[in-house]
Design a protein around this ligand. Sequence first.
Ligand code: NAP
Length: 309
Amino acid sequence: MTEIYDVIIIGGGPAGLTAALYCGRARMKTLLLEKATAGGQAATTDMIENYPGFPEGIGGYELTEKMKQQAAHFGAEIQEIKEVGGLELEDGMKLVKVDDIGIKAKSVIIATGAEPKTLDIPGVAEFRGKGVSYCATCDGAFYRDKVVAVIGGGNSAAEEALFLTKFASKVYIVHRRDELRADKILQERLQSNDKIEVIWDSHLRKILGNGRVEEMVVENKNTRDRTGYQVDGVFFYIGSVPNTEFCEGLVELDGREFILTDEAMRANVPGVFACGDCRANLLKQVAVAVGEGALAAVEAEKYIEENFD
Ligand code: NAP
C-alpha cells in the first residue's frame, strides 16, 4: 500500500522547519520537501540580530541548521533536493508531485518562501556569477579590497552592505529614492561607516565588463544624468518574489502572487495551509515565519482530526 502522510510541508525555511517541528511533536506522519538544502533565505544571512534569544545575534546558517535538527529529532522526515513539480488537490486527499512520482497526504503546508527580485537591464543576466550576485554571505569574501555596489534601500540592502564592508574597500548603495526603507538602527550604522556611500535618487541602468563586472552605469532620476562607476561586483537586494508558481490556479493568490490565507493560515482549499514569506503577510521576518509555521501545523492537526478517521 502506498504511504499516506498526515502532512507534507513544502519548503524548508524557518516557517517550514517550525511547522515540521510542531507536526512531529503532534505525532503526525510528517514529510518536509525542500528543493535545495533546508534553511531558506535565512540560511544565507550572515548574522540575524532580531531573532529573540540571541542577544549577540546568531548566524543564519547556524540558526536554521538547529531548527532542522530539532524538527528531525521530533520525527519529521526531511528530504532535501526535492523540488515539488505540482500539486493535485481533490476529494480531501492531496497529491504532491516530486521527481515524477505522486506522494499522498491528508494535508499540505506550503512554506516555499521567496526568491530575490532582479532587474531586466543589460549586463545583469550576462554577468550573473561573474560579479552579479544575490548573496553577500556566499560571495562577499571574493571582494576583498575591491569595490562593490548594493542595489536597494531596504533592510536586506543595508545589512548586506554593512556585511560587505568586512571585505570590500568601498561599498556603494544605489537607491531609487532620497530616503532608505531600512530600519533606523541600520541607517545609523550605514552613516557611520566610512566605506559606504549612498547614491541617492538613482537607478542602475546597465552593467558593463569584459568577462566580469567592471562598471555600472547609474542614472539620477531628477537630472537624468548618467554616471559610470568602476565596480567589481553588484549585489541585488531589491525585494523578493514568492515561490508560488506551482500553486497558480490551485489556491488563491494576491496580485503579487503571495498566497492568501485566513488568520489560521488556511488557504482557500480545505487542508491546505501557507506560512512564512510565500504568504500574503505584513512582515517578512524569521520571527514571523516561525510563528506562522507553528500555527499552520496546529491547524493542520485540527483539520485532520475533524476530517479523517
Ligand atoms: P524590501 O523591504 O521590499 O526593500 C526592497 C528595496 O528595494 C526598497 O528599498 C525598494 O525601494 C527597492 N526596490 C524595489 N524594487 C526596485 C527596483 N525595481 N529598482 C530599484 N530598487 C527597487 O526588501 P528586503 O530588503 O529584501 O526585505 C524584505 C523583507 O524582509 C522586509 O519586510 C524586511 O523588513 C525584511 N528583512 C528584515 C531584516 C531585519 O529585520 N534585520 C533583514 C532583511 C530583511 P523603495 O524603498 O523605493 O520601495
